[in-house]
Design a protein around this ligand. Structure first.
Ligand code: CMP
Length: 135
């Protein structure tokens, strides 16, 4: 069944000139872009988005990273969009992610891992409301 998910092309993707490469993979798979925005976020948006991580040791440098420059936020729609995006993204740590995945092919970092995809349909609804309140 068709669903939607929230994707971030994080500041490393923009800095490295990989926006087109990464977006192509989602589109080639058959997912549709239904909203997209290029922006630089402040710490308050980062804290809302990563509410479940704000107390974790890795969060302060993660917050610095995601606020360090422009990123691209988008909503993708398609068959099982949440799961499909997570499969395409690969494991969180780029050093361990399987070849063929976005992180496995393009990232060597656990933090600067290029992309974010919602981890469940509940998270997708919560995150879409933060990034695209008009949707
Ligand atoms: P993301 O899918 O956006 O969800 C949480 C993010 O935190 C994750 O991708 C990584 O960018 C980052 N992250 C998760 N675990 C670690 C870790 N152990 N060290 C550094 N960054 C992490």
């Amino acid at each position: 069944e068709t669903s939607r998910t929230l994707v971030l092309l994080k500041p490393d993707t923009v800095r490295r000139g990989l926006v087109g490469e990464v977006l192509s993979r989602y589109e080639a798979k058959g997912l549709t872009v239904v909203a997209m925005q290029h922006r630089t976020i402040d710490a308050s948006i980062a804290d809302q988005h990563y509410v479940e991580h704000v107390e974790k040791a890795f969060y302060p440098p993660l917050r610095d990273f995601v606020t360090s420059g422009p990123l691209v936020s988008l909503v993708l729609e398609g068959e099982h969009a949440v799961e499909v995006v997570r499969t395409l993204n690969g494991a969180t740590d780029g050093r361990a992610a399987a070849p063929g995945t976005i992180r496995g092919d393009l990232s060597l970092s656990n933090r600067e891992n290029l992309v974010h995809g919602s981890d469940s349909s509940e998270s997708a609804a919560r995150e879409i409301a933060i990034w695209f309140p008009d949707l």
